[in-house]
Design a binder for this molecule. Structure first.
Ligand SMILES: NC(=O)c1ccc[n+]([C@@H]2O[C@H](COP(=O)([O-])OP(=O)(O)OC[C@H]3O[C@@H](n4cnc5c(N)ncnc54)[C@H](OP(=O)(O)O)[C@@H]3O)[C@@H](O)[C@H]2O)c1
Length: 287
């Protein structure tokens, strides 16, 4: 396999780099400075030089609140950039592995009651913020390109590299005595290490299509914060607040649980409990 990782400097890109190095698999990872996926010519030139047979696309515009003010930029990367990759892959027989999000779904309170196991892969999409819309547009661009693709939707992504909720909570707790975290948005964390381990199983078995991949469990951000402070033995006063008490630029879904039933049926896939994923991550952050 000749693997190319795009967005190699991000949270997930770095995790792939670490994993493939450990496995002794040959690959090339390019940061955005070496390959800007929004630049059609750059994509064509770099890919025709490198001639990969698998592209793992970790490049994305991921700032959910800022996307409301930078719609064009969010769509340029999450739709236009992904279309460039999909079209090139389709014309050159390359498989595209791409990551998407729980935010493609509407995430209403009613859906919380209707779908206790979470949204399935074929549930109708209907994003409520710009980031979600741009990610959905990227999924559609891949499907339309006609390339062989694997789309993995993850939620609440956390890992050793880059920025995420776990790191933010630990930082804020070191700066303040009291923190408020929303207790009315339900979902489940996904840990980057688990994504690449299971992603590799899908790659090796040449699985195509759309899959949901998260840890096991259904929690709120407040539950997550509470467990972060319990496990890390951090002393901070934590207050549960409602989303209305914590205004942010982009609307957030009340419910963004992804059903993992489909992926769990694939042999050798191993989904972990979210608390166990957190234990592993905290140990890594400490070391
Ligand atoms: N983070 C989450 O909570 C979350 C949740 C659900 C789904 N996801 C999805 O999971 C995937 C990985 O997310 P992540 O957390 O690893 O994101 P991340 O840490 O923000 O990394 C994204 C990477 O994409 C690069 N990038 C941005 N624009 C680019 C361009 N035009 N060309 C090439 N590279 C570009 C960035 O490079 P620069 O730093 O140089 O800009 C950055 O290294 C994404 O598809 C994301 O939508 C994430």
């Amino acid at each position: 396999m000749r693997i190319l990782i795009t967005g190699g400097n991000g949270q997930l890109g770095n995790e792939w780099v670490r994993y493939l190095n450990k496995q002794g698999v040959e690959f090339i990872a390019l940061p955005s400075s070496d390959l800007d996926i929004t630049d059609h010519e750059d994509v064509r030139r770099v890919l025709s030089n490198l001639k990969p047979d698998r592209i793992i696309n970790c490049a994305a515009y991921t700032n959910v609140d800022q996307a409301e003010d930078e719609q064009e930029k969010a769509f340029a990367v999450n739709e236009g950039g992904v279309r460039n990759l999909g079209d090139y892959c389709a014309s050159n027989g390359i498989k595209l592995i791409h990551f998407s999000t729980d935010y493609v779904f509407p995430g209403t309170e009613e859906d919380y009651k209707k779908y206790p196991e979470g949204y399935t892969e074929d549930h109708p999409t209907n994003p409520i913020n710009t980031y979600g819309e741009s990610k959905l547009a990227g999924e559609k661009a891949i499907e339309r390109s006609g390339c062989d693709y694997l789309i993995i939707r993850v939620s609440w992504l956390c890992g050793k590299f880059g920025n995420n909720f776990v790191k933010t909570m630990l930082r804020l707790a070191s700066e303040r005595d009291q923190l408020s975290v929303v207790h009315d948005q339900y979902g489940c964390p996904t840990f980057t290490q688990n994504v690449v381990e299971n992603g590799w199983v899908l790659l090796e078995n040449n699985i195509s299509g759309t899959y949901h991949l998260t840890s096991k469990g259904k929690i709120t951000w407040y539950d997550f914060a509470k467990e972060i402070f319990t496990q890390s033995k951090t002393d901070v006063k934590l207050e549960p607040v409602s989303s209305t008490e914590f205004p942010v630029k982009a609307k957030r879904p009340s419910f963004s649980l992804l059903s993992t039933r489909k992926i769990a049926n694939i042999p050798d896939i191993s989904l972990i409990d979210w608390k166990k994923g957190l234990t592993n991550l905290l140990a890594e952050l400490k070391s």
